[in-house]
Ligand binder design. Structure first.
Ligand SMILES: Cc1cc2nc3c(=O)[nH]c(=O)nc-3n(C[C@H](O)[C@H](O)[C@H](O)COP(=O)(O)OP(=O)(O)OC[C@H]3O[C@@H](n4cnc5c(N)ncnc54)[C@H](O)[C@@H]3O)c2cc1C
Length: 525
């Protein structure tokens, strides 16, 4: 069966199942339409407006009610949920209002913090969302921020009677949303549309977030997926806004929700091979869906619903999405995740101030080919394979003994999928300063990792063309090869390829000693 058909039929089957629940369990989602439960296929036109609006029941959700359809428009503030399907805020607004205005606020601070690859991808997604909304009679209204003034202004401009958005957990978003809520003169309805289970919903028996992933995962996977509100018949309308800036060049991935669905469909053909392919950076063995999840062109909950856990490959993949939830839940609880070691004692590590070492790492000139290839891939494409992210991060923290926060900021700037929770969480995991991290004395050996996960050196050759002719036997550690072998491959160390900036053996001992010292300083306090 074609993957697309499989997705659609699976979704319809799931919707059939949901409709049998009689909606009694859906109360906490704010509102539901009375039966019949009806949804369009995600790959088809997303919303249809020809049917009579169904009656809407009302009840409380997080302290608010969504009222009956109204004549005044609802304003939906899009942020990192650039989709119409499975978008709780959009669904709630289209069910409660006859007309709905969609707005996106360009925050200048966020735009300059993002590298050009992420910025361009965002702009391309905005154009796609605009086209999608235009085909339904509306469009995305773009205004320049700060949101705390742009959103209240937009509420007045379109005479909206309510504001809708999906919450985000970053400290920046939380502060921004509070500011907008304070200035809004109409009811504000916020939803959780970014994770599979909302922060705070997966807790230990004692009501806390597990500090170990495995128990979190077992509770996470036992919890049924909560249905989200069904969309209504509200008509997208538009008002004056600014032109959407054009991307500065070609974008990394085809933009828009439909393209994201195609990527998911394609991935379904390969997901069963995931346990064998996921750690091999030389091949396309992972889903490449992280940027869709970051921008919200796909909802994580939808992805999990469709992929499921029925085969080992599907289960392994879905488990990774649970990691994503775990870090998001952690950030919601610990907004200092990007700034402070969650295991406090590790904030006593005497990191080195080594601008030269940091520069070698950023520019992919460390003399460790797997690290250099990874850093080139990051800067050139905005993406890096997960295994290589771990190797590069470990190299900065353990081999160069440079503060993980510097690497976290560099990744965050360049990654197209940069997500504060995932990035900071994983950096803390690699540095051994966060929850569920490996003990500090287990230090990745970049050369061993390279031999294991890129055995033929194909990944290295792709990103380091100067090593193109180097045979697999010596490509992982050119400095250990004989000068004649290197000369035969056209490589001169210190000229066409750098000598290693550190000796891994010494660096490993230095890192262990610095970590140990931090622990003993802590014990002495
Ligand atoms: C130092 C470091 C920094 C990272 N920074 C980010 C980041 O800013 N944004 C980001 O989305 N991921 C980040 N990751 C996690 C992971 O590397 C990427 O999610 C993954 O490489 C994206 O490729 P994919 O979609 O093909 O992944 P797949 O292997 O296909 O996984 C599917 C999805 O599961 C989630 N996932 C996979 N691995 C992880 C993980 N370790 N932690 C959390 N979620 C995961 C992602 O949403 C991913 O799209 C980071 C990992 C490391 C080691």
């Amino acid at each position: 069966m074609r993957a697309g058909v499989r997705v659609a039929s699976r979704l319809w089957k799931r919707l059939d199942e949901l409709s049998k629940f009689g909606f009694g369990d859906m109360g906490h989602f704010g509102f539901v339409r009375e039966a019949p439960f009806r949804r369009t296929s995600p790959c088809d036109t997303l919303h249809q407006h020809d049917a009579e609006p169904a009656p809407v029941r009302r009840f409380a959700f997080s302290g608010y009610c969504v009222n009956h359809p109204q004549n005044r428009p609802g304003l939906v503030w899009f942020r990192r949920d650039l989709r119409l399907d499975d978008n709780p805020a959009w669904a709630a607004a289209t069910a409660a209002h006859d007309e709905v205005v969609a707005i996106f606020v360009i925050e200048p601070g966020l735009m300059t913090a993002a590298g050009s690859i992420r910025r361009d991808q965002l702009l391309a997604h905005l154009h796609s969302l605009h086209d999608e909304l235009r085909s339904l009679g509306g469009g995305i209204v773009v205004r320049t921020g700060p949101a705390s003034t742009a959103v209240p202004r937009a509420l007045i401009d379109c005479n909206a009677s309510a504001l809708y958005f999906n919450v985000d957990t970053t400290p920046f978003s939380a502060a921004r949303d509070r500011a907008v809520e304070r200035s809004a003169t109409v009811p504000v309805h916020s939803f959780h549309g970014h994770t599979v289970h909302e922060p705070g919903a997966v807790l230990t028996k004692s009501g806390t977030l597990s500090q170990v992933f495995a128990p979190f995962y077992s509770k996470w996977s036992a919890r049924p997926l909560s249905p989200w509100p069904a969309g209504g018949n509200g008509r997208p309308v538009t008002m004056s806004g600014e032109p959407i800036p054009l991307p500065s060049g070609p974008v990394r991935q085809e933009p828009g929700e439909q393209a994201a669905w195609r990527r998911l469909n394609t991935w379904l053909e390969d997901v069963d091979r995931y346990p064998q392919t996921r750690d091999l950076p030389a091949i396309e063995g992972t889903s490449a869906l992280s940027a869709d999840l970051k921008f919200g062109t796909l909802a994580a909950r939808t992805v999990v619903d469709i992929v499921g856990t029925t085969t080992p490959g599907r289960a392994a993949f879905t488990r990774q999405i649970a990691w994503r939830d775990w870090w998001t839940h952690t950030l919601a609880l610990r907004p200092d995740l990007p700034n402070a070691a969650l295991r406090q004692q590790y904030d006593r590590i005497a990191w080195l101030d080594d601008p030269e070492g940091f520069d070698h790492w950023c520019t992919g000139t460390t003399g460790y080919p797997i690290v250099d290839a990874g850093m080139r891939q990051l800067v050139e494409t905005g993406w890096m394979h997960n295994r290589v992210r771990m190797i590069c991060a470990s190299f900065l923290v353990k081999d160069l003994l440079i503060d993980w926060r510097r690497g976290e900021r560099f990744f965050r700037h360049h990654l197209v999928d940069a997500d504060v929770a995932q990035n900071a969480g994983n950096w803390q995991w690699v540095a051994g300063t966060g929850p569920d991290a490996a003990p500090y004395f287990r230090v990745f050996n970049p050369t061993v990792q390279s031999r294991k996960f890129d055995p033929k050196g194909d990944y290295i050759r792709r990103w380091l063309p100067q090593l193109q002719q180097v045979p697999s036997s010596i490509i992982h550690e050119p400095a250990a090869a004989g000068p004649l072998d290197l000369a035969a491959a056209g490589v001169t160390l210190g000229d066409t390829y750098p000598w290693p900036v550190v000796d891994h053996g010494h660096a490993r001992l230095r890192a262990i000693s610095a970590y140990k010292q931090a622990l003993s300083d802590n014990a002495a306090c």
